[in-house]
Structure formats: C-alpha cells, structure tokens
Ligand binder design. Structure first.
Ligand code: FE2
Ligand code: FE2
Length: 230
C-alpha cells in the first residue's frame, strides 16, 4: 500500500513540524536538557526508531507499514505538548495528517490503517494499566516501545549523555555516573521488568543485552584510561 515516497513525505512532514514547533516553544528547562531537548536530537531519534522497528519486524513479524508509519510519527508532538500527553497528541496528529492527505498513488489511506497507527502511537506513551501491556497489547505496539527504548541505549545513548553532561559542566566522574544511571540503568530496568510490566520479544531482549554490553565495555575502557577521576 505505501511507497517509499509516502514514507519520505511523512518523514519530511514530521521534521518540519518538529522544527517549526520548537521555535515557538517556551520551555524554561530546555537548556538543562540540551541536546536532548532539541529538534535535531528528536528528529534523529525518530529516524533511529524507524530503523529499529524494521530490524525487530524482520525477526518478529508484524505489519511493516504500520510500524514504519507509527515510528515516523510517534514523537511528532514533542514540541507541541507536555511529555505526559505526547503519546496521545502524537497519535491525534498522525490521524489528522493521514485523514487529510492522500498517498502518492492518489488513494486515501484506509480507515483501519489510520486507526491502527493511532493505537500504536498512543500505546508507546499511555497510562493504560500494566495488565494491558502484559496480555492484550498488539505486537506492533510492543515493537514500537522496544525500538524507542533501544535508541536510548548503546553508542547513541552514551554519546547523547556525554553531550548532555558537557552542557551541564559535568566532568569525567559525573559524566560516567550519568551513563551508568541513565543508559545502563535504563536497559537493566527494562530487562528486570520483563514479564512484570510487559514481555520483551526475544530479539529485543538480545539487542538490549548487546547494546548494554557495548556501553559497559566503553565505560570500563574510559575508566581504565582516565588516570584520575575527580
Ligand atoms: Fe515518545
Ligand atoms: Fe521516542
């Protein structure tokens, strides 16, 4: 149903929306979270999440076009609303876009496809009870959540937290502690919650473990190379 042109048009729309909304957004704490608070970071993250859903889908199955579309739109509202609301608002913005545009072949997007995109995006940041995520969540919702997490781990997660640490004038020890807590800790919490709050797919579990192993190795190498930690 979708062509590569459609996916590129979605991507261009999301990029434009993020950058335009970020200009008018007045968020006093943004400087404290630089570069994580920038549209540059958020758009890169969007591209990474699309790449991860494609890798997960190749092994786990699921509807590839639904996953690609949901990944591209999943954080579109990041500069338009609060963090707590961004799952629902991104879902609404995706639905509005898809109902008011046609595909590159001139066809409207099917209503059931739009409904499933809405649900998948809403599920990635909602307050549904954990019983939903344990028993009823569709595979595509799960894969989007996993892809969203995977980008926060590994090389990109470590590098982003080094930039964040530098912006906040943290030196070596504090920067390493940030990576330990916010990158490695985040991945380990997800592995520890497997089966309690949701069931990770086997491929996501393996990729989380691989990315955590890389980050732990990186941290160990830096610690050994830095003679004096302040
Ligand atoms: Fe999100
Ligand atoms: Fe995200």
């Amino acid at each position: 149903m979708l062509t590569t042109d459609d996916l590129q048009v979605f991507t261009d729309h999301v990029r434009r929306t993020m950058f335009e909304c970020a200009v008018t957004l007045d968020r006093p704490q943004a400087a404290e979270f630089w570069p994580l608070s920038t549209p540059e970071y958020r758009f890169q993250h969007t591209l990474h999440v699309r790449r991860f859903v494609e890798r997960l889908q190749a092994e786990e199955g699921g509807d590839l076009e639904l996953l690609q579309t949901s990944a591209i739109f999943h954080d579109i509202s990041h500069f338009s609303t609060t963090y707590d609301q961004h799952g629902r608002v991104s879902a609404e913005m995706a639905r509005d876009y898809l109902t008011s545009h046609r595909s590159s072949t001139g066809e409207p997007f099917p209503a059931d496809f739009i409904d499933r995109v809405f649900l998948t995006i809403d599920d990635h940041a909602s307050d549904k009870p954990s019983s939903y995520y344990l028993d009823e969540v569709p595979l595509e919702s799960m894969l989007l959540i996993e892809a969203d997490l995977l980008d926060k781990l590994g090389p990109n997660g470590a590098f982003a937290h080094l930039l964040l640490s530098g912006a906040n004038h943290r030196l070596w020890q504090a920067a390493l502690a940030t990576i330990e807590r916010d990158v490695i800790g985040r991945g380990e919490r997800a592995l520890g919650n497997d089966g309690k709050r949701f069931h990770l797919t086997p491929v996501a579990r393996r990729m989380i473990e691989e990315r955590l192993a890389w980050t732990k190795h990186f941290l160990a190498e830096v610690r050994e190379d830095v003679a004096c930690l302040f």
